[in-house]
Design a protein around this ligand. Structure first.
Ligand SMILES: [Mn+2]
Length: 325
């Protein structure tokens, strides 16, 4: 309970209808924190309307209680006086539910992205938190922390920490995780089914991406490009690429990993990871994106050679090879 509190019970006391949203291309923390808050508000206020809006729910996260209630399209007949944005570093990335946010009288933002510049009355940004789900857990008293809430928030933390592996995992993260485990959740099932399990297609894409990767900067950076026609060949979607960057990132000797994948012809998403020296959030920001120091991303159009060159130009001075002399 170290963080500054934001009292969701108080904020939502007079709300009639509450919308909850995360970010486009929702990940484990996004879905987990949104559903965690949904279950919490259902518990506090069973008679209020509480709806979660997300672009889609990845198959691997469909073990979470309540995922089937998530709304994936804008409905003009519904209105909300309160909107709670979670795990969202940039309000424009709310996606199709942004009109609900804009129209809401009460706007709540709970996030852990260091690049988040949103300011307002009900804003809680905790960059040292491993996940939005960790922040949410700190807002919920023990007597309200149900099994369902714990399952959702634990999954969120598991995903954003790479199963407690990334260095965003703090002593406090482990305390929060311990508190959630204390609610009786099946940690092995959550970790295996939502994080490690891959479909056959995902394994094929993973294998091909590793096979076609290449090293630059004397082996300090690994790059791989997935072309749209490859995704089409395997019948893969962008969801099937989740986790590929993490495998590239465990290549011995590298400092930076870059995965460039073509979601539409000439339209690319780029994921960046780094280990110690390079701040990839700076690289991503320079190229129109954002993220964390060691995990960031951006979008780009055009030719993938140019994208690789742009990344390399920004990474090279950061690698600091020259400064060691
Ligand atoms: Mn997150």
């Amino acid at each position: 309970m170290s963080q500054k509190k934001l009292d969701l019970r108080e904020i939502c006391r007079d709300s009639r209808a509450i919308a909850i949203g995360g970010h486009i291309r929702p990940d484990g923390d996004c879905v987990g924190s949104c559903l965690g808050v949904m279950h919490y508000l259902h518990r506090l206020y069973p008679d209020k309307t509480v709806d979660v809006y997300l672009e889609f729910v990845p198959d691997s996260l469909r073990l979470l209680p309540g995922w089937e209630k998530i709304r994936t399209a804008y409905d003009p007949s519904r209105t909300y006086d309160t909107y709670i944005a979670l795990d969202n570093g940039d309000i424009d990335r709310l996606g199709f539910s942004k009109p609900y946010f804009d129209a809401a009288e009460t706007k709540v933002v709970i996030d852990h992205h260091i690049s988040n510049t949103y300011r307002g009355k009900h804003v809680l940004i905790v960059p040292q938190a491993s996940a939005a789900s960790e922040i949410v857990a700190d807002l919920i008293d023990d007597e309200d922390l149900t099994l369902e809430i714990a399952q959702c928030l634990y999954l969120g933390i598991v995903h954003d920490t790479g199963v407690f592996k990334h260095n965003n995992t703090t002593p406090h993260t482990m305390c929060v995780a311990g508190r959630l485990i204390g609610c009786g959740i099946d940690t092995e099932q959550i970790i295996n089914e939502s994080f490690y399990e891959k479909t056959y297609i995902q394994n094929q894409i993973l294998g091909r991406t590793l096979l076609e990767s290449f090293l630059v900067f004397d082996g300090k950076m690994v790059v791989s490009v997935i072309k749209n026609q490859v995704l089409t060949f395997y019948g893969a979607t962008s969801q099937d690429i989740d986790g590929v960057i993490d495998q590239l990132n465990v290549t011995h000797g590298i400092e930076v990993a870059a995965l460039i994948y073509e979601i539409e012809p000439e339209e690319y998403k780029i994921s960046l990871r780094s280990h110690h020296i390079v701040d990839v959030s700076k690289v991503a920001k320079s190229l129109g994106g954002g993220g964390h120091v060691h995990a960031a991303g951006f979008s780009a159009t055009g030719n993938w050679h140019d994208i690789v060159n742009n990344i390399m130009e920004l990474v090279e001075p950061e690698l600091g090879v020259a400064s060691e002399e």
